[in-house]
Design a protein around this ligand. Structure first.
Ligand SMILES: [Zn+2]
Length: 357
């Protein structure tokens, strides 16, 4: 059985000077951990903050892309780029973990279909239309005020993505954006890293109707591991919330200057403290898998860990090497071996095949 993860934020860590070829102390993802966890491939998302102006976002996305390419070139005995399920098969034969590319927040595309095509040529296989801000393509779950769904350019971009065989990713999108995409386009749609709103009422989790619609469209949802999307109980204690807020400040300082050894040390010390918080774990993740399977169907659910993009990982699943625990829990709950391997990764490759044609 091979695991395929539809969303990690490791490119953001690469530009914070992480060496992905070694086992990093508090990192969630690096090449040794991917191999140890039995991960066959992982979507490395090029994330740009919503506040960034479009030109700056394009530049930043290109710099992250370059960092991913550099890392792959530096460790050719561990990983290789993959743009299709066929390339995954070739990488597997060569004993290599596949690195897929996604783009989180469509800002770097600006309002240019030629930039969109260029990013596709450079290997990017999905675009998460927004992050936590409305942009030129669509409205975000965090705002949702600019277009009330897709923008006129967003509609053109989606038609182009469908023609290219590029996946449209609705994690972070507003409900109106989600329903516009379902209404206006026939192609399967994905939510690369989202959880279920009826289990945890976060604005960017998917409602039952959305899960059903993703299944009906032959699409895909990758369940997110971020504690705040898994359980309302996370940070419900004010002392926990205060520590988390302190953690966000330490992280911001580290991001501003990742080469400063004192900030790196402060970040590492904060990681130890954050792990003392009450956090949901494997059981809650599988609860969300169960619910998504019930609504969307067993062919349409997978894993979108969000590792390296979350301030604190779930309890007992501190990094990607521990991913197998989820599938052990699924087996305990009575899923067949075929069903487990579908959720572990086969469904993600299958939706790529359906969209790439
Ligand atoms: Zn995200």
């Amino acid at each position: 059985m091979e695991i395929f993860d539809s969303h990690v934020d490791t490119p953001s860590q690469l530009i914070r000077l992480r060496d992905p070829g070694i086992d990093n102390g508090y990192g969630h993802v690096d090449f040794p951990k991917l191999r140890r966890g039995g991960v066959g491939g992982s979507f490395f998302a090029l994330y740009t903050p919503a506040e960034m102006e479009p030109d700056a976002a394009t530049r930043y996305a290109l710099e992250m892309l370059s960092a991913v390419y550099d890392s792959i070139d530096k460790y050719p005995d561990m990983v290789s780029l993959a743009r299709s399920p066929e390339e995954v098969a070739k990488n597997r034969e060569n004993g290599l973990v596949s690195i897929f590319l996604g783009m989180e927040n469509g800002s770097p595309i600006q309002e240019s279909l030629s930039l969109l095509r260029l990013f596709f040529r450079m290997g990017i296989r999905y675009v998460t239309l927004t992050h936590n801000g409305d942009n030129a393509l669509a409205d975000s779950a965090a705002e949702g005020k600019r277009w009330h769904g897709l923008s006129p350019f967003g509609k053109k971009a989606l038609a182009e993505m469908n023609a290219l065989g590029m996946m449209v990713d609705l994690s972070h999108a507003s409900d109106e954006t989600f329903w516009d995409c379902i209404r206006l386009f026939d192609a399967p749609i994905i939510a690369s890293h989202s959880c279920c709103r009826s289990l945890c009422p976060h604005r960017r989790n998917l409602t039952d109707d959305m899960l059903k619609a993703l299944g009906d469209k032959d699409g895909y949802v990758g369940i997110n591991f971020y504690p705040a999307f898994l359980s309302e109980r996370f940070l419900s204690d004010p002392a926990d919330a205060a520590l988390f807020e302190e953690g966000e400040k330490v992280e911001a300082d580290f991001i501003a200057c990742p080469s400063d050894p004192s900030r790196v040390q402060a970040w590492n010390e904060m990681q130890v403290r954050l792990r003392s918080l009450w956090r949901p774990g494997v059981r809650e993740i599988v609860d969300h898998i169960d619910h998504a399977v019930e609504l969307a169907g067993i062919d349409h659910v997978g894993i979108g860990s969000d590792f390296d993009g979350i301030l604190v990982p779930p309890e007992g699943l501190e990094d990607v090497s521990m991913m197998g625990k989820i599938f052990d829990e699924m087996r305990r709950r009575g899923y067949s071996e075929t069903e487990v391997s579908q959720v572990a990764g086969a469904n993600l490759l299958a939706v790529m095949r359906r969209i790439q044609g």
